[in-house]
Design a protein around this ligand. Structure first.
Ligand SMILES: C[S@@+](CC[C@H](N)C(=O)[O-])C[C@H]1O[C@@H](n2cnc3c(N)ncnc32)[C@H](O)[C@@H]1O
Length: 235
């Protein structure tokens, strides 16, 4: 397991308290489900805690939650054991699925934690797994010049709007002295410019465009939409 995945699989304080965790995942679920076709088969790749997967599953026929972190998968499987629409899978299980398994695939805030080569392979995999009229949503791509300060300001704005400003301020100070900061300083986060990401999606066979807004609270980052067919790529 790589160091970032081990980090996400262990107790960490990226979400400063339970309220932050709740509003973070609610916002991601609400933004994501706007893109989801009704009654489709959906994949959330690198889903993390997916605290509000019931909201996204609500519009789908089936929702596969996939994450590389094994303990996280166990927690998700236990949390959603009573929801017949939700199934938890490892990346290996997803990679073994047949062609055209999904109408919708989202991968949000994950690309920065993997190598460029791994990302390119995943984009090819998602192209294979989508049905002809399917949609791939690739969110939270960090452009080259966006700094940690920009992330911090975006978090504080979100926290002020959602009523956890002082907890977020304290959380940011704690983050600077944490394992997350060590990893961010040593491993870094993968960053891609808009044209570079559009080229990657196009090289894998997608018709691609940048979405008008990023999913989630951080509008300094970008979301991309990829389709197998050119129809409906503008919105
Ligand atoms: C920042 S969290 C994002 C969670 C959620 N998608 C969100 O937007 O809040 C990153 C997640 O990606 C997962 N992850 C990182 N690299 C991965 C990979 N190569 N394959 C699958 N999951 C991965 C981590 O385990 C972690 O749960």
């Amino acid at each position: 397991m790589n160091d970032w995945i081990a980090f996400w699989d262990s107790p960490h304080a990226i979400y400063v308290n339970a309220h932050h965790l709740d509003v973070h995942y609610r916002r991601i679920a609400e933004d994501t489900r706007r893109y989801m076709p009704a009654n489709g088969r959906a994949l959330d790749y690198g889903c993390g805690d997916a605290l509000h997967a019931d909201l996204t599953a609500g519009v789908a026929q089936q929702l596969i939650l996939c994450d590389a972190a094994p303990k996280l998968r166990d927690t998700l499987a236990a949390r959603y054991a009573g929801n017949a629409k939700i199934q938890v899978m490892s990346p290996e299980q997803v990679a073994a699925l047949p062609n055209h398994s999904f109408d919708f695939i989202v991968m949000h805030s994950v690309a920065q934690y993997m190598s460029e080569e791994e990302l390119e392979k995943l984009i090819v995999l998602f192209h294979r797994l989508l049905r002809e009229d399917g949609l791939f949503v690739l969110g939270d791509i960090i452009p080259p010049k966006v700094s940690a300060l920009t992330d911090a300001i975006a978090l504080l704005r979100f926290a002020r709007a959602e009523g956890f400003f002082f907890a977020a301020l304290f959380g940011l100070v704690r983050t600077v002295f944490s394992n997350y900061w060590d990893l961010r300083s040593t491993l870094g986060l993968a960053r891609y410019g808009k044209d570079e990401m559009l080229r990657k999606l196009t090289a894998a066979g997608f018709w691609a465009a940048e979405a008008p807004k990023n999913i989630g609270h951080n509008q300094a980052r970008m979301t991309f939409l990829g389709r197998l067919e050119p129809t409906h790529i503008d919105h």
